[in-house]
Every structure is written in C-alpha cells, then in structure tokens.
Design a protein around this ligand. Sequence first.
Ligand code: Q46
Ligand code: ZN
Length: 309
Amino acid sequence: MKCTRCRAKAEVQLRAHNAGFCRPCYLFYFRRQVERAIAGERMFTPGERLLVAVSGGKDSLALWDVLADLGYDTTGLYLGLGIGAYSEQSHTKVAQFAQRRGLALRVVAFEEEAAGLAVPAVAAATRRPPCSACGTMKRHHFDAAAIDGGFDVLVTGHNLDDEAARLMGNVLRWQKDHLARQRPVLLPTHPRFVRKVKPLYLVSEYETAVYAFMRGIDYIVDECPNAAGAAQLLYKDVLNRLEVASPGTKLAFVKEFLRTGQPAFAQTEREAPRDCEGCGMPSYGPLCAYCRLVREVQSKASAGASALA
Ligand code: Q46
Ligand code: ZN
C-alpha cells in the first residue's frame, strides 16, 4: 500500500479512514486530527493554561506530546492512586516523560492526602468496587487541581474507543443524564469547575499507539489490575469486532451520536451544582461524592480503632 499523502511506501493502514501513511505523513496526519478536534470544538486557545491529566498510558502521553509540540502552555497532572506496582510504574513513566521533554508536572498522591485514601484501601473500607471509589476520587482531584492551580482547561486523553465504549454502556442502560454530558467539551456549570475537553475523541486507540511508538514514547503497557472484567473492556471488544466487519463503525457511532442524538439529551441536563459543605467544590447535595466517601472511610477507621481499644 502507498502513502495517501506522498505515495511513498505506507507503514500504517487506517481502514476506518480508507487511508495509509508513511511515518512522517502519519505523524503529520495524527497532529492534524488533534488540531482539527481542538479547532472544530473550540476546545481552547493558545493563550490558555492547560492542565493535562496523564496516567502514564499511551493516550495521555501522546496527547501531551502533541500539545507541547503545538506550542500550548501545558502542565501535566498525575494522580497517585496507590494501586501497588501499577501506580509506581505509571508514575515513573510520567515523571521520565516530563523530565525528558522539560514539561511541568504536578503530582497528587491519594495516600498522602490523608491516611487510608489509597484506592484499594478506600474500596475495602467502603465495600465499593475499586473503580467506583477511584472514579469519584479522580474526578474530585482533577477538578480541585485545575481550579487551585489557576488553569483554564482540564484536558484528558479519552480516545475514540473510550468514547464509543462509554456511549455503548450509556445507551444500553439509557442513562439519559450521562448521555446529556457525553461531549468532547464540557463547559463549567460552577465557578469551581473549569472547561473539560477531550482532543483525542475521534482518534482510535490503535492510532495513538502507533503515534506513541513512532515518537518513541515510553508508556506503561499494563492496564490497571482493576480494569480486568470491567464492562468497558467488554464493550470495547464488541465494538472492535464490529469494526473489523465494518471499518468506520466506531467513528460513525460517536460522531453521529454527537451530531444527532446528543442535542436531544442535552436538554435534560440536571440543574447547576451548589457548593459542597465539606470542601467547597461543586456538589449536587450538601456534601459532594468525594467528601461522602472520605467521611465513610474515616468513620470506618474510627469505628475500627474504638473496637480495638
Ligand atoms: S485506574 Fe481506577 Fe481505572 Fe484502575 S481502579 Fe478502575 S478506574 S481501572 S481508568
Ligand atoms: Zn466536598
């Protein structure tokens, strides 16, 4: 196969786009895809300060790499979840990337916030699935770090596969309020929220993996050990099978949802949040989900301590 842009020998074939690229043209294509998403959805402008959530995986590091190359003012945010070797290795990958590229990195380690707040400990104390506890904590710290650091935008590396799997999950249960908020740009609904954007929302996992490989980005290949068995992985598998049979399915699923389906759900969006009485962050009740979780952990810990006394 020949490169769609320059007719040299193609190194990558993208069946969903009916295109193939040699290495230089692929890197050009990938950056263009990201630039188009940013411009097309008016995600941010060159003068704004971006906080890029980085997990150490290929998507977030590839995204950070592109944004830095495009000249945006970026700072990385790494959340230390406290999930054993996975967290240690992912932190190392992020720190090495930031150092090599000379980029600023902020680190928030959950277990250093207060005792017992590593994800496995919170999950055990509250008897919640680890991903439920983790999701609540991550959302809080993303929002808090963005506002406390004076950033304009929080940028995440969700790719097309993530968005398609999430959409499938939301549709299978007709989760109207989730569908109402599934967009590549979320505008703040509270003074302590910043804009949230996903510049990779139309770029597949395969495409970011190829980009990361070609750029020599050293990322963590292992998934979080809690990801195994998650419904998201099942949805991704189903979507991949559909994609093999009919290339372009994922792209059409997400794009058409955003064009035709999403506006109908957006009208059902819930009311604006108020201030959490615990931390001051936005909340839909007196206490935000994070503060409720932390209080539950603390009350379990003090009950345990008094039982031992
Ligand atoms: S990090 Fe956290 Fe994920 Fe691990 S515990 Fe689950 S939610 S799987 S993206
Ligand atoms: Zn709170």
